[in-house]
Write a protein that binds this ligand. Structure first.
Ligand code: HEC
Ligand code: HEC
Ligand code: HEC
Ligand code: HEC
Ligand code: HEC
Ligand code: HEC
Ligand code: HEC
Ligand code: HEC
Ligand code: HEC
Ligand code: HEC
Length: 423
């Protein structure tokens, strides 16, 4: 072959390689090319959006973590916020472990050195700053430091359900106690059928579904969703930002949790095919947006609370839910008995909380997921004593069984607090 032919071959290969590389860098969301290693469970869904965390030179942005997580930590009443360490008396601690920076303890793309929640520290890291506790506290004498942060005792950030005062206040409660006061949603419905504002032919089924909902009752008509701006044409598609116009808190929660995190990062919607958790194969291509749970026009919140979830989720814990006493009571409630004892997936993962002065459904399903003691105040305590709740959530096998059966061990901290009070 002549040198010229070789040159053509070389040129073609170089151009296609360059094209491939730039496609990978700028267009393909799918295949990580330059990721140094696997990203954590928390972030891999947005791993291809390098700029969410990195500067163009691949340093980590100064405020990357707090931009997305400041609210989580605030809601969790962070026990170890940055300002605790600005006190000069604590400078010797910082010399050993600079707890002012998130990436001292959390890192990315390092699966062999990170545990749950991307944490890089050894289990006994509390000792770095609290080495004296074994001597000062009767109850803590002889405890190993790697036991401080085991389930049910302490967390580094969120201790809302684990503070001493809180434990004391709820000491000795019964396992089961019922003062649940879920808002009855049927009460909102009324019987008059409103008229649709759509001037095309209204599909009778759509009209029927819409007219029986809270939307029709609240005079939210066809065009409010399909033509929110009268200067723009009617569209059969409705984007989550249209829902946001009227449901700001729900939209924000959705954006901060797993389900909405890709949309929030400016990426394509999440679909079950990209999941690491087990998902139903039939749902592989379903997109996550407001109507993945609130199927259009019916907006049936009962369906959204269980059946919708089980259309996608396929792990042991989710599948075991239907064998639990929680589900049994939920069915009884669905038939109209109103015992108030029923528990749906949403009761635990999307509880009703106060935001901006109103009661809304927390649409960030990660807000109470980990560490799981976050669920105690928003959910379990409505119906169970604190000791029973802490013990249940510390029992991994019981979680897998979706809470069928009793917790297998007892967490001692409530007893310790009680004894300390007596002295
Ligand atoms: C959710 C935030 C986040 C996203 C998204 C992210 N990274 Fe990172 N990355 C980090 C953090 C945190 C570190 C660790 C920095 C440290 O420990 O100093 C890191 C470290 C790195 C490193 C240095 C690794 C080493 O071993 O020194 C490279 C290279 C890197 N990231 C590339 C990427 C690329 C390329 C992307 C996009 C394809 C990406 N990252 C997406 C958070 C992120
Ligand atoms: C673009 C927004 C964004 C940025 C930037 C970001 N995160 Fe996250 N992070 C999320 C979302 C969304 C989740 C998944 C929902 C959740 O677990 O709260 C998550 C999950 C996590 C989790 C895991 C929680 C769990 O339940 O497993 C930790 C820990 C965490 N982030 C810490 C960090 C740290 C440290 C940084 C800085 C290096 C960072 N995040 C940067 C949005 C972000
Ligand atoms: C001294 C170590 C340390 C530092 C510094 C630290 N974290 Fe954490 N973080 C942890 C540990 C340990 C966990 C695991 C859960 C726990 O014990 O609270 C965690 C859990 C989390 C979680 C998930 C659980 C939750 O309570 O929301 C988020 C989000 C998080 N950290 C964000 C941050 C951010 C943002 C910063 C910086 C402002 C930061 N962390 C600084 C140790 C640390
Ligand atoms: C980098 C140092 C550092 C590390 C690591 C650390 N702490 Fe702390 N901790 C502090 C400081 C500083 C205070 C505030 C002390 C004060 O106000 O007197 C504190 C306060 C506390 C308190 C009491 C007050 C409160 O607001 O909750 C508890 C309990 C506690 N830490 C437990 C832990 C546990 C458990 C761990 C490990 C999971 C841990 N700490 C890791 C520095 C640290
Ligand atoms: C609260 C918002 C809302 C209201 C009110 C509403 N729709 Fe819809 N509609 C939707 C959503 C969401 C979809 C699904 C869009 C998508 O797939 O992106 C939809 C889809 C449609 C479609 C497409 C075909 C289909 O079945 O998916 C038609 C036609 C339609 N709506 C007509 C109507 C009419 C007529 C009314 C009034 C009687 C109405 N809509 C009221 C939200 C609404
Ligand atoms: C023009 C304002 C408006 C728009 C747009 C809108 N909604 Fe609503 N929505 C309402 C009002 C008002 C209610 C009744 C509120 C109440 O009773 O508290 C409601 C109630 C609901 C409910 C509760 C239903 C029930 O049975 O209690 C759900 C779920 C809901 N909307 C979802 C959506 C979704 C998803 C979208 C986007 C497809 C959307 N909404 C768009 C105003 C709107
Ligand atoms: C993962 C499923 C899921 C997704 C996605 C979802 N919702 Fe919901 N939503 C629910 C469930 C479940 C309830 C009712 C919970 C209950 O009754 O216990 C609910 C209730 C509501 C309500 C009525 C209660 C309240 O908060 O006042 C509104 C309004 C609502 N959702 C709007 C939205 C909007 C807007 C979006 C998109 C940003 C959205 N939802 C996405 C599951 C979902
Ligand atoms: C359209 C499919 C779909 C629907 C409907 C759906 N989910 Fe999800 N869910 C997902 C996907 C995909 C993820 C991300 C899983 C992953 O990345 O491994 C997820 C994540 C979660 C997580 C976070 C898991 C973690 O470890 O961070 C929880 C909790 C969750 N979903 C609960 C629910 C509940 C409760 C419902 C019903 C109210 C529901 N989901 C409805 C697809 C769905
Ligand atoms: C009584 C409360 C409760 C009920 C009911 C419940 N869960 Fe959970 N769920 C939990 C707890 C606690 C965890 C574990 C959190 C942790 O420690 O990581 C969990 C974890 C999960 C996870 C994350 C699994 C993982 O490996 O990351 C998903 C997804 C989930 N639940 C979905 C569902 C679905 C879907 C339903 C209904 C079919 C449901 N859950 C019912 C309390 C509950
Ligand atoms: C709305 C009320 C309600 C909420 C909220 C609730 N539960 Fe329950 N729970 C019940 C009822 C009712 C039973 C069945 C009691 C019976 O069999 O008489 C039950 C049973 C249990 C059982 C099985 C007990 C046994 O003896 O078999 C466990 C474990 C449990 N719940 C844990 C939890 C945890 C953990 C949470 C919070 C994440 C929680 N529950 C939230 C009402 C609730």
């Amino acid at each position: 072959m002549t040198t010229f032919k070789w040159f053509i071959v070389w040129l073609t290969m170089t151009i296609s390689a360059a094209a491939y590389l730039s496609y990978q860098m700028f267009a393909a969301e799918e295949k990580p090319l330059f990721l140094p290693n696997e990203t954590t469970h928390g972030h891999y869904q947005i791993e291809m959006q390098c700029s969410a965390c990195h500067t163009p030179m691949m340093g980590v942005k100064q405020d990357a973590c707090t931009q997305c997580h400041a609210q989580d930590l605030k809601d969790g009443q962070d026990s170890h916020p940055e300002n605790k360490f600005s006190d000069p008396r604590n400078f010797d601690m910082i010399a050993k472990l600079d707890a002012r920076k998130c990436i001292t303890c959390h890192t990315e793309h390092s699966p062999h050195t990170t545990g749950d929640m991307g944490v890089t520290l050894p289990d006994d890291y509390c000792a770095v700053c609290h080495s004296e506790i074994g001597e000062e506290r009767e109850s803590h004498k002889g405890l190993e430091f790697n036991s401080c942060a085991t389930a049910g005792c302490h967390n580094y950030h969120d201790n809302k359900a684990l503070y001493e005062d809180f434990l004391l206040k709820h000491y000795g409660e019964d396992d089961h106690r019922f003062d649940a006061s879920e808002i009855s949603l049927e009460q909102r419905m009324n019987k008059t059928v409103p008229v649709a504002d759509y001037d095309g032919t209204v599909d009778p089924e759509i009209h029927h579904h819409w007219s029986s909902t809270a939307h029709a009752k609240a005079k939210v008509n066809c065009k409010d969703c399909h033509q929110p701006d009268s200067a723009v044409e009617w569209s059969n598609k409705v984007s989550p930002t249209t829902c946001q116009e009227c449901h700001q808190e729900e939209y924000e929660g959705f954006s901060m949790g797993k389900h909405g995190m890709r949309l929030a990062a400016g990426m394509s919607p999440m679909t079950p095919k990209d999941a690491r958790l087990p998902m139903k194969s039939s749902a592989a291509h379903k997109e996550l947006n407001c109507i993945s749970c609130h199927s259009d026009h019916r907006f049936d919140i009962k369906r959204a609370a269980v059946d919708a979830c089980l259309n996608c989720h396929n792990d042991q814990h989710s599948l075991n839910y239907k064998n639990s006493p929680h589900f049994t009571y939920w069915q009884i409630d669905s038939f109209g008995a109103k015992t108030g004892k029923g528990v749906s997936c949403a009761t635990c993962h999307m509880p009703r909380v106060k935001k901006n002065g109103k009661v809304v459904v927390e649409h960030n399903q990660n807000a109470t997921l980990r560490p799981n003691e976050k669920m105690i105040r928003t959910s379990c305590q409505k119906c169970h004593g604190l000791q029973f709740s802490i013990d249940s959530l510390a029992d991994e096998k019981l979680i897998l069984e979706n809470f069928k059966g009793r917790p297998s061990k007892k967490i001692e901290s409530l007893e310790w607090v009680k004894q300390r009070e007596k002295r």
